[in-house]
Design a protein around this ligand. Structure first.
Ligand code: APR
Ligand code: PHB
Length: 394
Protein backbone atom coordinates (compact mmCIF):
# COMPACT_ATOMS: atom_id res chain seq x y z
CA UNK A 1 0.00 0.00 0.00
CA UNK A 2 1.38 3.42 -0.92
CA UNK A 3 1.85 5.95 1.87
CA UNK A 4 2.06 9.70 1.65
CA UNK A 5 3.02 12.29 4.20
CA UNK A 6 1.73 15.68 5.28
CA UNK A 7 1.74 17.81 8.41
CA UNK A 8 -2.01 18.01 9.11
CA UNK A 9 -4.37 15.40 7.67
CA UNK A 10 -7.88 16.85 7.40
CA UNK A 11 -10.92 14.63 6.91
CA UNK A 12 -13.83 16.50 5.31
CA UNK A 13 -14.11 19.50 2.97
CA UNK A 14 -17.03 21.22 4.65
CA UNK A 15 -16.57 24.69 6.13
CA UNK A 16 -14.51 23.31 9.06
CA UNK A 17 -11.97 21.37 6.98
CA UNK A 18 -11.63 24.01 4.28
CA UNK A 19 -11.21 26.97 6.64
CA UNK A 20 -8.66 25.00 8.67
CA UNK A 21 -6.65 24.08 5.59
CA UNK A 22 -6.67 27.71 4.47
CA UNK A 23 -5.64 29.12 7.88
CA UNK A 24 -2.82 26.57 8.14
CA UNK A 25 -1.54 27.47 4.68
CA UNK A 26 -1.37 31.13 5.75
CA UNK A 27 0.93 29.97 8.57
CA UNK A 28 3.06 27.94 6.17
CA UNK A 29 1.70 24.62 7.44
CA UNK A 30 1.00 21.91 4.90
CA UNK A 31 -2.24 19.90 4.91
CA UNK A 32 -4.14 17.42 2.77
CA UNK A 33 -7.94 17.53 2.76
CA UNK A 34 -9.75 14.25 2.03
CA UNK A 35 -13.39 14.60 0.99
CA UNK A 36 -15.67 11.62 0.30
CA UNK A 37 -17.98 13.54 -2.06
CA UNK A 38 -17.30 15.20 -5.40
CA UNK A 39 -16.41 18.88 -5.73
CA UNK A 40 -19.67 19.42 -7.60
CA UNK A 41 -21.64 17.88 -4.73
CA UNK A 42 -20.10 19.91 -1.90
CA UNK A 43 -20.34 23.13 -3.89
CA UNK A 44 -24.06 22.70 -4.48
CA UNK A 45 -25.29 21.26 -1.19
CA UNK A 46 -27.84 23.81 0.09
CA UNK A 47 -27.32 24.45 3.78
CA UNK A 48 -27.34 27.36 6.21
CA UNK A 49 -26.82 30.96 5.20
CA UNK A 50 -26.25 33.32 8.12
CA UNK A 51 -22.70 34.42 8.91
CA UNK A 52 -21.91 36.02 12.25
CA UNK A 53 -19.97 39.26 12.38
CA UNK A 54 -16.82 37.42 13.55
CA UNK A 55 -17.10 34.75 10.84
CA UNK A 56 -17.22 37.44 8.14
CA UNK A 57 -14.22 39.20 9.70
CA UNK A 58 -12.21 35.99 9.83
CA UNK A 59 -12.94 35.15 6.19
CA UNK A 60 -12.09 38.69 5.13
CA UNK A 61 -8.86 38.82 7.10
CA UNK A 62 -7.89 35.42 5.69
CA UNK A 63 -8.28 36.80 2.16
CA UNK A 64 -11.36 34.81 1.16
CA UNK A 65 -13.99 37.50 1.73
CA UNK A 66 -13.92 39.33 -1.58
CA UNK A 67 -17.07 37.82 -3.18
CA UNK A 68 -18.72 37.59 0.23
CA UNK A 69 -18.27 41.33 0.64
CA UNK A 70 -19.64 41.99 -2.85
CA UNK A 71 -22.61 39.61 -2.83
CA UNK A 72 -23.38 38.99 0.85
CA UNK A 73 -26.46 40.77 2.22
CA UNK A 74 -25.63 42.69 5.37
CA UNK A 75 -28.53 42.74 7.85
CA UNK A 76 -28.82 45.14 10.76
CA UNK A 77 -31.91 43.55 12.26
CA UNK A 78 -34.36 40.66 12.24
CA UNK A 79 -38.05 40.26 12.91
CA UNK A 80 -39.81 38.14 15.51
CA UNK A 81 -43.42 37.63 14.41
CA UNK A 82 -46.20 36.29 16.62
CA UNK A 83 -49.87 37.01 17.32
CA UNK A 84 -50.23 38.44 13.81
CA UNK A 85 -47.68 41.23 14.32
CA UNK A 86 -43.98 41.73 13.65
CA UNK A 87 -41.43 43.07 16.14
CA UNK A 88 -38.03 44.19 14.90
CA UNK A 89 -34.89 43.40 16.89
CA UNK A 90 -32.33 46.00 15.85
CA UNK A 91 -29.23 43.84 16.10
CA UNK A 92 -26.71 46.57 15.31
CA UNK A 93 -28.12 49.10 17.81
CA UNK A 94 -27.96 46.52 20.58
CA UNK A 95 -24.43 45.28 19.80
CA UNK A 96 -22.28 48.34 19.08
CA UNK A 97 -22.91 48.17 15.37
CA UNK A 98 -22.40 44.47 14.76
CA UNK A 99 -24.36 42.86 11.92
CA UNK A 100 -24.93 39.49 10.29
CA UNK A 101 -24.39 38.64 6.62
CA UNK A 102 -26.65 36.38 4.57
CA UNK A 103 -24.46 34.32 2.21
CA UNK A 104 -25.05 30.65 1.45
CA UNK A 105 -22.78 28.07 3.05
CA UNK A 106 -22.14 26.54 -0.37
CA UNK A 107 -20.87 29.93 -1.57
CA UNK A 108 -18.40 30.00 1.33
CA UNK A 109 -17.37 26.47 0.36
CA UNK A 110 -16.90 27.47 -3.32
CA UNK A 111 -14.75 30.47 -2.36
CA UNK A 112 -12.56 28.38 -0.06
CA UNK A 113 -12.08 25.56 -2.58
CA UNK A 114 -11.09 28.09 -5.26
CA UNK A 115 -8.64 29.79 -2.88
CA UNK A 116 -7.02 26.50 -1.85
CA UNK A 117 -6.68 25.23 -5.40
CA UNK A 118 -5.30 28.57 -6.62
CA UNK A 119 -2.65 28.42 -3.91
CA UNK A 120 -1.68 24.88 -4.94
CA UNK A 121 -3.43 23.30 -1.96
CA UNK A 122 -3.96 19.53 -1.85
CA UNK A 123 -7.73 18.84 -1.83
CA UNK A 124 -8.80 15.34 -2.83
CA UNK A 125 -12.42 14.84 -3.76
CA UNK A 126 -14.05 11.41 -3.90
CA UNK A 127 -11.42 10.34 -1.38
CA UNK A 128 -13.12 8.54 1.52
CA UNK A 129 -11.37 8.08 4.83
CA UNK A 130 -12.06 4.54 6.02
CA UNK A 131 -10.10 4.52 9.28
CA UNK A 132 -7.51 6.35 11.36
CA UNK A 133 -4.51 4.66 13.00
CA UNK A 134 -1.74 5.30 15.48
CA UNK A 135 -3.48 8.15 17.26
CA UNK A 136 -1.23 7.65 20.29
CA UNK A 137 1.94 7.65 18.19
CA UNK A 138 3.86 10.57 16.68
CA UNK A 139 2.80 9.51 13.17
CA UNK A 140 -0.93 8.96 13.11
CA UNK A 141 -2.32 7.94 9.72
CA UNK A 142 -5.55 8.16 7.77
CA UNK A 143 -6.41 5.20 5.56
CA UNK A 144 -8.47 6.31 2.58
CA UNK A 145 -9.69 5.12 -0.79
CA UNK A 146 -9.15 7.20 -3.91
CA UNK A 147 -9.32 6.18 -7.58
CA UNK A 148 -10.07 2.61 -6.55
CA UNK A 149 -6.91 2.24 -4.47
CA UNK A 150 -6.43 2.20 -0.72
CA UNK A 151 -3.70 4.44 0.67
CA UNK A 152 -2.30 5.78 3.91
CA UNK A 153 -1.75 9.44 4.66
CA UNK A 154 0.78 9.83 7.50
CA UNK A 155 0.50 13.06 9.45
CA UNK A 156 1.64 14.85 12.58
CA UNK A 157 -1.95 15.38 13.65
CA UNK A 158 -5.39 14.55 12.26
CA UNK A 159 -8.29 17.00 12.14
CA UNK A 160 -11.66 15.24 12.12
CA UNK A 161 -13.80 17.75 10.19
CA UNK A 162 -16.00 15.02 8.71
CA UNK A 163 -19.40 16.11 9.96
CA UNK A 164 -21.92 14.31 12.12
CA UNK A 165 -21.83 11.07 10.07
CA UNK A 166 -18.05 10.94 9.66
CA UNK A 167 -15.66 8.26 10.91
CA UNK A 168 -13.30 10.26 13.15
CA UNK A 169 -15.48 10.63 16.24
CA UNK A 170 -16.17 6.89 16.29
CA UNK A 171 -12.44 6.15 15.99
CA UNK A 172 -11.89 7.43 19.53
CA UNK A 173 -11.71 4.49 21.96
CA UNK A 174 -14.85 3.68 23.94
CA UNK A 175 -15.04 5.41 27.29
CA UNK A 176 -13.06 8.52 26.26
CA UNK A 177 -15.95 10.66 25.01
CA UNK A 178 -19.08 11.67 26.86
CA UNK A 179 -22.02 12.52 24.59
CA UNK A 180 -24.79 14.98 25.48
CA UNK A 181 -27.86 14.92 23.30
CA UNK A 182 -31.38 16.19 22.81
CA UNK A 183 -33.77 15.25 20.00
CA UNK A 184 -36.63 17.61 19.26
CA UNK A 185 -40.06 16.24 18.37
CA UNK A 186 -40.18 18.17 15.07
CA UNK A 187 -38.13 18.99 11.96
CA UNK A 188 -38.02 21.77 9.35
CA UNK A 189 -39.25 21.48 5.80
CA UNK A 190 -37.06 23.90 3.84
CA UNK A 191 -37.44 25.29 0.34
CA UNK A 192 -35.46 27.52 -1.96
CA UNK A 193 -37.68 29.46 -4.37
CA UNK A 194 -37.02 31.69 -7.36
CA UNK A 195 -38.82 34.74 -6.10
CA UNK A 196 -37.71 38.01 -4.53
CA UNK A 197 -37.75 37.92 -0.72
CA UNK A 198 -41.03 39.28 0.69
CA UNK A 199 -39.25 41.27 3.39
CA UNK A 200 -35.79 42.78 3.66
CA UNK A 201 -34.86 40.85 6.78
CA UNK A 202 -35.23 37.40 8.31
CA UNK A 203 -38.58 36.68 9.95
CA UNK A 204 -38.70 34.12 12.77
CA UNK A 205 -42.41 33.39 13.20
CA UNK A 206 -44.17 31.70 16.10
CA UNK A 207 -47.66 30.50 15.14
CA UNK A 208 -50.28 28.17 16.62
CA UNK A 209 -49.78 25.87 13.61
CA UNK A 210 -46.03 25.81 14.13
CA UNK A 211 -42.85 27.78 13.48
CA UNK A 212 -42.03 29.37 10.12
CA UNK A 213 -38.91 31.20 8.90
CA UNK A 214 -38.50 33.63 6.03
CA UNK A 215 -34.90 33.93 4.87
CA UNK A 216 -33.16 34.53 1.57
CA UNK A 217 -30.06 33.96 -0.51
CA UNK A 218 -30.12 36.89 -2.94
CA UNK A 219 -32.48 39.59 -4.23
CA UNK A 220 -34.02 36.87 -6.45
CA UNK A 221 -33.95 33.80 -4.18
CA UNK A 222 -36.04 33.22 -1.08
CA UNK A 223 -35.30 30.52 1.51
CA UNK A 224 -38.26 29.45 3.65
CA UNK A 225 -38.81 26.87 6.37
CA UNK A 226 -41.87 25.32 8.06
CA UNK A 227 -41.91 23.31 11.27
CA UNK A 228 -43.09 19.78 10.41
CA UNK A 229 -43.11 16.25 11.85
CA UNK A 230 -39.68 14.62 12.31
CA UNK A 231 -40.65 11.81 9.91
CA UNK A 232 -42.51 14.08 7.50
CA UNK A 233 -43.08 12.69 4.01
CA UNK A 234 -42.04 15.28 1.40
CA UNK A 235 -44.48 13.71 -1.08
CA UNK A 236 -47.31 14.88 1.15
CA UNK A 237 -46.19 18.46 0.46
CA UNK A 238 -46.93 19.51 -3.11
CA UNK A 239 -45.79 23.07 -3.81
CA UNK A 240 -49.26 24.62 -3.38
CA UNK A 241 -49.62 23.14 0.09
CA UNK A 242 -46.21 24.54 1.13
CA UNK A 243 -47.07 28.06 -0.08
CA UNK A 244 -50.50 27.96 1.57
CA UNK A 245 -49.09 26.83 4.90
CA UNK A 246 -46.29 29.43 4.80
CA UNK A 247 -48.79 32.19 3.98
CA UNK A 248 -51.05 31.10 6.86
CA UNK A 249 -48.27 31.06 9.42
CA UNK A 250 -46.58 34.26 8.26
CA UNK A 251 -49.87 36.24 7.95
CA UNK A 252 -50.13 39.50 9.87
CA UNK A 253 -53.12 41.61 10.87
CA UNK A 254 -51.97 44.26 8.41
CA UNK A 255 -52.04 41.88 5.43
CA UNK A 256 -48.49 40.55 4.84
CA UNK A 257 -48.31 38.84 1.41
CA UNK A 258 -45.72 36.18 0.76
CA UNK A 259 -44.52 36.16 -2.84
CA UNK A 260 -44.30 32.70 -4.40
CA UNK A 261 -42.32 31.30 -7.32
CA UNK A 262 -40.81 28.07 -8.68
CA UNK A 263 -39.40 25.87 -5.91
CA UNK A 264 -35.89 24.79 -6.91
CA UNK A 265 -34.93 22.83 -3.79
CA UNK A 266 -36.90 21.02 -1.10
CA UNK A 267 -35.65 19.11 1.94
CA UNK A 268 -36.19 18.11 5.56
CA UNK A 269 -33.77 19.34 8.23
CA UNK A 270 -33.76 17.28 11.44
CA UNK A 271 -33.51 19.12 14.76
CA UNK A 272 -31.00 17.90 17.26
CA UNK A 273 -28.62 19.18 19.93
CA UNK A 274 -25.47 17.09 20.35
CA UNK A 275 -22.05 17.58 21.94
CA UNK A 276 -19.15 15.25 22.66
CA UNK A 277 -16.54 16.04 25.27
CA UNK A 278 -13.62 16.34 24.96
CA UNK A 279 -13.00 17.46 21.37
CA UNK A 280 -9.61 15.79 21.27
CA UNK A 281 -8.02 12.41 21.84
CA UNK A 282 -4.25 12.01 21.53
CA UNK A 283 -3.39 13.36 18.05
CA UNK A 284 -6.95 13.53 16.74
CA UNK A 285 -8.84 16.84 16.99
CA UNK A 286 -12.56 17.01 16.22
CA UNK A 287 -14.06 20.23 14.82
CA UNK A 288 -17.47 21.36 13.56
CA UNK A 289 -20.40 18.99 13.12
CA UNK A 290 -18.12 16.00 13.87
CA UNK A 291 -18.16 17.17 17.48
CA UNK A 292 -21.43 19.02 17.89
CA UNK A 293 -24.78 19.72 16.26
CA UNK A 294 -27.11 22.60 17.05
CA UNK A 295 -30.73 22.96 15.97
CA UNK A 296 -30.80 25.52 13.11
CA UNK A 297 -33.02 28.06 14.93
CA UNK A 298 -30.02 30.10 16.09
CA UNK A 299 -28.23 29.89 12.68
CA UNK A 300 -25.06 28.77 14.42
CA UNK A 301 -23.80 25.49 12.85
CA UNK A 302 -21.45 27.02 10.30
CA UNK A 303 -20.28 29.76 12.66
CA UNK A 304 -19.43 27.28 15.37
CA UNK A 305 -17.47 25.13 12.92
CA UNK A 306 -15.43 28.18 11.90
CA UNK A 307 -14.87 29.18 15.55
CA UNK A 308 -13.46 25.69 16.31
CA UNK A 309 -10.94 25.71 13.50
CA UNK A 310 -9.83 29.24 14.25
CA UNK A 311 -8.80 27.99 17.71
CA UNK A 312 -7.25 24.83 16.25
CA UNK A 313 -5.37 26.74 13.55
CA UNK A 314 -3.83 29.11 16.11
CA UNK A 315 -2.90 26.23 18.42
CA UNK A 316 -1.24 24.27 15.62
CA UNK A 317 0.61 27.38 14.44
CA UNK A 318 2.04 27.92 17.94
CA UNK A 319 3.08 24.28 18.13
CA UNK A 320 4.83 24.24 14.77
CA UNK A 321 6.48 27.58 15.52
CA UNK A 322 7.96 26.80 18.92
CA UNK A 323 6.85 23.37 20.07
CA UNK A 324 4.50 25.02 22.60
CA UNK A 325 1.65 22.65 23.48
CA UNK A 326 -0.42 24.88 25.81
CA UNK A 327 -2.90 26.03 23.17
CA UNK A 328 -3.32 22.51 21.77
CA UNK A 329 -3.91 21.15 25.24
CA UNK A 330 -6.50 23.88 25.86
CA UNK A 331 -8.22 23.30 22.48
CA UNK A 332 -11.14 21.27 23.76
CA UNK A 333 -11.89 23.44 26.81
CA UNK A 334 -11.55 26.65 24.81
CA UNK A 335 -13.99 25.45 22.15
CA UNK A 336 -16.44 23.88 24.57
CA UNK A 337 -17.08 27.22 26.29
CA UNK A 338 -18.44 28.62 23.02
CA UNK A 339 -20.10 25.33 22.08
CA UNK A 340 -22.21 25.31 25.24
CA UNK A 341 -23.06 29.03 25.01
CA UNK A 342 -24.27 28.42 21.47
CA UNK A 343 -26.06 25.21 22.48
CA UNK A 344 -27.97 27.15 25.07
CA UNK A 345 -28.85 29.96 22.67
CA UNK A 346 -29.99 27.54 19.95
CA UNK A 347 -32.09 25.55 22.42
CA UNK A 348 -33.57 28.78 23.84
CA UNK A 349 -34.57 30.09 20.39
CA UNK A 350 -35.97 26.66 19.50
CA UNK A 351 -38.13 26.29 22.60
CA UNK A 352 -39.36 29.89 22.38
CA UNK A 353 -40.50 29.67 18.77
CA UNK A 354 -41.81 26.16 18.03
CA UNK A 355 -45.10 24.47 18.70
CA UNK A 356 -44.63 21.54 21.04
CA UNK A 357 -46.63 18.32 20.77
CA UNK A 358 -49.28 17.99 23.41
CA UNK A 359 -50.05 21.71 23.21
CA UNK A 360 -49.66 22.23 26.93
CA UNK A 361 -51.49 25.55 27.47
CA UNK A 362 -49.16 26.49 30.33
CA UNK A 363 -46.10 26.09 28.07
CA UNK A 364 -47.83 28.04 25.31
CA UNK A 365 -48.45 30.98 27.65
CA UNK A 366 -44.84 30.91 28.85
CA UNK A 367 -43.72 31.12 25.21
CA UNK A 368 -45.94 34.13 24.55
CA UNK A 369 -44.69 35.82 27.68
CA UNK A 370 -41.08 35.20 26.68
CA UNK A 371 -41.69 36.58 23.18
CA UNK A 372 -43.44 39.66 24.57
CA UNK A 373 -40.51 40.24 26.93
CA UNK A 374 -37.80 39.79 24.29
CA UNK A 375 -39.56 42.26 22.01
CA UNK A 376 -40.26 44.89 24.67
CA UNK A 377 -37.27 44.90 27.00
CA UNK A 378 -33.97 46.29 25.73
CA UNK A 379 -32.10 44.00 28.13
CA UNK A 380 -33.87 40.89 26.87
CA UNK A 381 -33.52 41.94 23.22
CA UNK A 382 -29.80 42.52 23.81
CA UNK A 383 -29.44 38.94 25.03
CA UNK A 384 -30.89 37.71 21.75
CA UNK A 385 -28.93 40.20 19.64
CA UNK A 386 -25.47 39.65 21.12
CA UNK A 387 -25.79 35.89 20.81
CA UNK A 388 -27.24 36.12 17.30
CA UNK A 389 -24.48 38.33 15.87
CA UNK A 390 -21.98 36.17 17.78
CA UNK A 391 -20.15 36.78 21.02
CA UNK A 392 -16.56 37.92 20.51
CA UNK A 393 -15.42 36.26 23.74
CA UNK A 394 -17.01 33.38 25.58
N1 APR B 1 -14.07 10.72 4.41
C1 APR B 1 -13.96 11.94 3.80
N2 APR B 1 -14.88 12.90 3.94
C2 APR B 1 -15.95 12.65 4.72
C3 APR B 1 -16.12 11.42 5.40
C4 APR B 1 -15.12 10.42 5.21
N3 APR B 1 -15.20 9.24 5.80
N4 APR B 1 -17.27 11.47 6.10
C5 APR B 1 -17.81 12.67 5.88
N5 APR B 1 -17.02 13.41 5.06
C6 APR B 1 -17.25 14.77 4.55
C7 APR B 1 -18.68 15.07 4.14
O1 APR B 1 -18.93 14.62 2.82
C8 APR B 1 -18.73 16.57 4.25
O2 APR B 1 -18.41 17.23 3.04
O3 APR B 1 -17.00 15.68 5.59
C9 APR B 1 -17.66 16.92 5.28
C10 APR B 1 -18.23 17.50 6.55
O4 APR B 1 -18.75 18.77 6.26
P1 APR B 1 -20.04 19.40 6.99
O5 APR B 1 -21.05 18.36 7.22
O6 APR B 1 -20.40 20.59 6.21
O7 APR B 1 -19.49 19.79 8.44
P2 APR B 1 -18.61 21.01 8.96
O8 APR B 1 -17.50 21.34 8.03
O9 APR B 1 -18.33 20.71 10.38
O10 APR B 1 -19.58 22.26 8.88
C11 APR B 1 -20.66 22.43 9.73
O11 APR B 1 -22.28 22.27 8.03
O12 APR B 1 -24.00 20.71 8.46
C12 APR B 1 -23.68 22.04 8.30
O13 APR B 1 -25.23 23.27 9.51
C13 APR B 1 -23.97 22.68 9.57
O14 APR B 1 -23.36 24.80 9.02
C14 APR B 1 -22.89 23.66 9.68
C15 APR B 1 -21.74 23.15 8.98
C1 PHB C 1 -31.16 30.04 6.20
O1 PHB C 1 -31.21 31.08 5.54
O2 PHB C 1 -31.00 28.94 5.64
C2 PHB C 1 -31.34 30.09 7.66
C3 PHB C 1 -31.48 31.31 8.28
C4 PHB C 1 -31.65 31.36 9.66
C5 PHB C 1 -31.68 30.19 10.39
C6 PHB C 1 -31.53 28.97 9.77
C7 PHB C 1 -31.35 28.92 8.39
O3 PHB C 1 -31.87 30.25 11.73
Amino acid sequence: MSAERTQVGIVGAGPAGLVLSHLLALEGIESVVLEARSREYVEHRVRAGVLEHGTVELLREAGVGERLQREGLVHHGLELRFGGAGHRIVLSDLTDGRTITVYGQQEVVKDLIAARLDAGGDLRFEASAVSVHGLDSERPAIRFTHDGAERDLRCDVIAGCDGFHGICRDAIPAGVLAAYEREYPFAWLGILAEVAPSAEELIYCHHDRGFALHSMRSPKLTRLYLQCEPDEDLDAWPDERIWEELQTRLATDDGFRLGSGPIVEKGITPMRSFVVEPLQHARLYLAGDAAHIVPPTGAKGLNLAVADVRVLGEALAAWYRSGATELLQAYSDTCLRRVWRVQHFSWWMTQMLHRFAGDDPFEARLQRSQLAYVTSSRAAATTLAENYVGLARV
